[in-house]
Ligand binder design. Structure first.
Ligand code: IVH
Length: 673
């Protein structure tokens, strides 16, 4: 056969292959058997191997995994599915425990439920009257996708529960994963077992899901109408009684030393397990303490993931590029020769900062060892200096911002009496192009305005086309121009318009966060929005530079106030705030507005016992009350702890404000400790 004939046959086979994909994945109606389909795929791949000139972007050799479906219905989780904070060392664990003691304001004794962290995909199963009614993916943590039928194909997931003690309504969470030995059979289609599990779960056709043998291990609950267990470890045992699989290696440990020892042993043992484990999860075992500790904006305070050491590989640094971050930090990034580390192709490695480059003497052209652990960005661990070229020169870090040319600085930290390791562009504003782009990406991100269809790449593209230069431009886009761009059509433009319109209504907390001011993350934005209440108050303070008004907010310190000052002293930034205020509809916080402490204002003085201020404040807010930072006639209750400030007590008495003890406050809340 000549070359032209071979090419013809090849193209026909590709056409045939695409036709069957469509039948299978989109129409869910295959017209050939799996065996015939696999044969066709192999024929194409064999032709490619024998004739190196044959290439097609639709070839099965390019097709990593099956294309997931976009068409699942969305489901708002009753209780958000958050992630876990990571620990890599004993120090991190000590810190984790310290934070718990601080929050509870007591050195309570508790033990930990220790569970292997399976590297799979989390799923949520809602049972009502003992029947599985919803199976949902994690999604962005707030909204997931309904994949009930796919989850039902997993043998480990009971569809109906027999046990008489099963709650009427419960949401059980766990990990969907694929065993190592099963992955071997399909490894050509997926980068790693985790991707295989994820791809399989997101198939439109449950029959496809069924083909890939998935497993499920249960480890926690989301919503539950009645929990009779006092401990996480009891809950795990109960899960098993109900018919769920739990991890056989779960164990209760008493303290960090025991934990470290177990981690060491398990780190070796993990290679003998038949599934991928990327660390251990430690959970405060007492469920009542878990409830008291609650969550920060993205992770529980009562649990942490202790990662195992990472995979690594050797490669060469081709270039060093400087990225400018949202708040002006200059981060050097090594562009390396692409290398496979633990199933993932790595071509960038962070070099952290100027100090790190100096300390390790990393140069362009060097051969380096790169490490990658879980979702953490790959980084260089060491340079192989023996392989270094003779004429190589140390890397010279730029002294001016590569984006706007402004001076860069390493800040001096008064409390540590040291210069910061990070160099920053001094023009932290929308006046520096790279900073502006990063701030806009932050503005549209999930936790901020959450504009679907306007991802990071689109922001970069629209910036180049002069469509978006400032956040307010998003609300005045030239859609006639966008319609004509590659990859955009009437439908995607109309979807974009709708999600931009929807994003205009936003809580004050999210809005303050969305501005991307240094040191003002979600938590601090909440503190500020609780204090100012309305966007007008916030704008007035920014306009008139009255940041001293934030002095009394518990949790907002000099660092945050200075950062706000710097940000709004820049007229460009202030102008953007004012423009956005006029375009958006910014609501006050959506706290529970009808709780038992509705319209009641509290203030603390003195040290509380067995509970921290942060926890007491959050309890008051959960019940619709407010906390104030100074005594005024608006105050309803002054809560006194040990050694209260005399002046505050006197002021309160003068104004006829009720002075109550911590015990009375707890009684008001119907809580016991
Ligand atoms: S508890 C609030 N327990 O790790 C978070 N998670 O980074 C509660 N995971 O999304 C999660 N094994 O997919 C928990 N025994 C375990 C786990 C586990 C694996 C995964 C899960 C979660 C991720 C958190």
């Amino acid at each position: 056969m000549n070359e032209i004939d071979i090419k013809k046959i090849y193209n026909l086979k590709i056409k045939e292959y695409l036709k069957h994909n469509k039948q299978y994945y989109e129409k869910s109606r295959p017209i050939i058997t799996d065996k015939e389909y696999d044969k066709l795929k192999n024929e194409i791949i064999n032709l490619e191997n024998e004739n190196l000139n044959l290439k097609n972007k639709n070839s099965p050799s390019h097709n990593v995994g099956f294309k997931p479906s976009k068409s699942f219905d969305k489901y708002k989780h009753k209780v958000p599915m958050l992630s876990l904070s990571n620990a890599f060392s004993k120090e991190d664990l000590i810190n984790f425990e310290k934070k718990i003691f601080n929050y509870l304001n007591a050195n309570l004794k508790f033990n930990y439920s220790v569970e292997p962290k399976i590297d799979g995909i989390s799923a949520s199963l809602t049972y009502k009257n003992k029947k599985l009614i919803y199976g949902v993916s994690r999604g962005d943590g707030k909204v997931g996708e309904i994949i009930t039928e796919n989850l039902k194909t997993i043998n480990d997931i009971p569809i109906e529960i027999k046990d008489k003690n099963f709650p009427n309504e419960i949401e059980i969470r766990g990990e969907v994963f694929i065993k190592k030995k099963d992955f071997l059979k399909i490894k050509d289609n997926f980068a790693n077992p985790r991707n295989a599990a994820s791809g399989s779960l997101r198939q439109k056709n449950p029959l496809v899901t069924k083909k890939i043998p998935l497993n499920f291990i249960a480890y926690t609950f989301g919503y539950i109408n009645k929990n009779s267990n006092k401990y996480q470890s009891d809950f795990l045992n109960e899960l098993e009684k109900w018919g769920f699989k739990i991890n056989k290696d779960n164990i209760i440990l008493n303290n960090i030393n025991e934990i470290i020892e177990f981690h060491k042993k398990f780190e070796d043992k993990r290679f003998d397990l038949d599934y991928d484990v990327d660390g251990l999860v430690y959970k405060v075992n007492d469920l009542k303490l878990q409830d008291r500790l609650g969550f920060t904006s993205n992770a529980p305070r009562w649990a942490i993931a202790h990662k195992f050491s990472a995979d690594n590989a050797f490669t060469q640094v081709m270039n060093i590029e400087i990225q400018v971050g949202r708040t002006g930090a200059l981060t050097p990034v090594a562009k390396v020769k692409p290398v496979n580390i633990g199933g993932v192709i790595v071509s960038n490695a962070t070099l952290h900062n100027e100090e790190e480059i100096k300390r390790k003497d990393i140069r362009v052209g060097d051969f380096v060892k790169i490490e990658r652990a879980g979702d953490v960005i790959p980084h260089v661990i060491e340079v192989n200096k023996k392989k270094r070229e003779k004429n190589s020169k140390p890397y010279k870090f730029p002294e001016n911002c590569p984006s706007c040319g402004s001076k860069t600085l390493k800040e001096y930290n008064k409390s540590t009496k040291k210069y910061d390791a990070v160099r920053r562009c001094t023009n932290d504003s929308f006046g520096c192009d790279r900073i502006a782009i990063e701030k806009i990406k932050h503005f549209i991100s999930k936790e901020a305005l959450n504009i679907d269809g306007l991802g990071k790449k689109v922001v970069e593209k629209f910036w180049k086309l002069n469509l978006i230069k400032k956040p307010q431009d998003i609300f005045n886009l030239d859609y006639s121009k966008i319609k004509k761009l590659d990859g955009w059509g009437i439908l995607s433009v109309s979807n974009l318009k709708t999600s931009i319109e929807a994003s205009k209504t936003i809580s004050l907390q999210k809005f303050i966060y969305s501005l991307g001011i240094r040191y003002i993350g979600i938590e601090n934005a909440k503190l500020l929005s609780d204090n100012v209440k309305t966007i007008s108050n916030f704008v007035e303070i920014a306009k008139n530079k009255q940041f001293y008004k934030f002095n009394n907010i518990d949790g907002i310190g000099e660092t945050q106030i200075n950062s706000l000052k710097n940000f709004f002293t820049n007229e460009l930034n202030l102008n953007i705030l004012i423009k956005l205020k006029n375009i958006l509809s910014i609501e006050s916080n959506n706290l529970n507005k009808n709780g038992i402490l509705k319209n009641k204002n509290f203030m603390f003085t003195g040290k509380l016992e067995g509970i921290s201020r942060a926890e007491a404040k959050s309890l008051i807010e959960k019940n619709s009350g407010n906390t104030l930072s100074s005594v005024s006639k608006n105050l309803d209750y002054l809560v006194i702890g040990m050694k209260p400030t005399k002046k505050k007590l006197e002021q309160a008495k003068k104004l006829g404000i009720k002075v109550i003890s911590q015990e009375i406050l707890i009684k008001l809340l119907n809580k016991t400790y």
